[in-house]
Design a protein around this ligand. Sequence first.
Ligand SMILES: Nc1ncnc2c1ncn2[C@@H]1O[C@H](COP(=O)(O)OP(=O)(O)OP(=O)(O)O)[C@@H](O)[C@H]1O
Ligand SMILES: [Mg+2]
Length: 375
Amino acid sequence: MAEIRVEKLHKAFADFVAVKDSTFTVKDGEFFCLLGPSGCGKTTTLRMIAGLELPTSGQIFLGGEDVSFKRASARDIAFVFQLFALYPHMNVRKNIAFPLLSQGMPRAQIDQRVSEAARILRITDLLDKPVSGLSSGDRQRVALGRAIVRQPLAFLMDEPLGALDSEFREVMCQELRALHDRLKATTVYVTHDQLEAMSMADTIAIMNQGVVEQLGAPQDVYERPASVFVADFIGSPSMNFLPFEAALNEGAHTVQIGPAHIDVPALREGVSQRTLLCGVRPEHVTLDDASPLRAEVLGTEYLGTSRIVTLATAQGATLRAKVGVGSAAQRGDQVGLQFDATAVSLFDQASGRALKTARDDRAHTRAANQGARHG
Ligand SMILES: Nc1ncnc2c1ncn2[C@@H]1O[C@H](COP(=O)(O)OP(=O)(O)OP(=O)(O)O)[C@@H](O)[C@H]1O
Ligand SMILES: [Mg+2]
């Protein structure tokens, strides 16, 4: 079993707190992404799991064993920093075999492991070639080979595709995920790219300023963001936020923004008078002349399969709608806006926290967001 469990993990560098009371479980065989903006503590979290950094407090369990203060070399984990870091003077076979050679593994077993890794990565024909002449894709495969020959309990990857252009990155994302599906090895993958995380992960932990704000499957965090930060970070173009003042009772299912009554999922909690945000994704906004929520079209962008319309409401909010390519909306048009009532999220502006609504009744978000900032 190679479950990774992190409990109340905390890391301070002098008086700067890089990771705050982080709690999550990476299930055996799971592809788990740590996602968040630069400086939020992803690498620090990964380095603590690897044993390259000691926690200030908290615990790390690998396969049920407390490894919090074990040396990196005593943890059966492969850390893939940068897929391009190969030994230039060695051929492919030697590059892949290197970690086993340095462990002193018998020759025959090394040969067998290297052949197996090469077969999985489909680079058997490259084994005796020098690494210097390889394409960047093949170099990535060799570097991965070096991690998988060890047959570790878990893989940790820190932005392994960071250096690649976007087209090649997409291909490598698919390959990494396919490789994972073949190996079924527990993987923690760090990225700041939400599309990468959304397309690869079984579970995503979204971090902000050292705190895990939400844990969940890609669809959970997209459809039921726990905070404004998550809602804004996931999705492109990002979610629209329309501020309004209100006090709402539990069970309320409409909110008033300007002259418009907007249907929302029924509230599962009441809130006293305050500024709330009505969050709606661009694909859930439609242009409907009959709607009293008026807006002016500021511009449109043609994207081939859809059109993004940028709008300013009469109340001064800017938002974007993702509409069909056939939409006739043009800059300067006055239009009405309609939201898909089942897909709206509501947030408390001051705390950034999402209000509980009927949408959450279906929530599968794991572990009830342990350690989440907004509790
Ligand atoms: N050894 C250190 N000493 C002091 N501060 C550090 C140290 N390592 C990291 N930090 C700080 O901790 C914070 C989190 O760093 P970390 O490298 O974990 O972020 P990250 O999420 O991986 O960011 P990026 O996407 O830029 O790689 C940053 O503000 C960083 O400057
Ligand atoms: Mg980092």
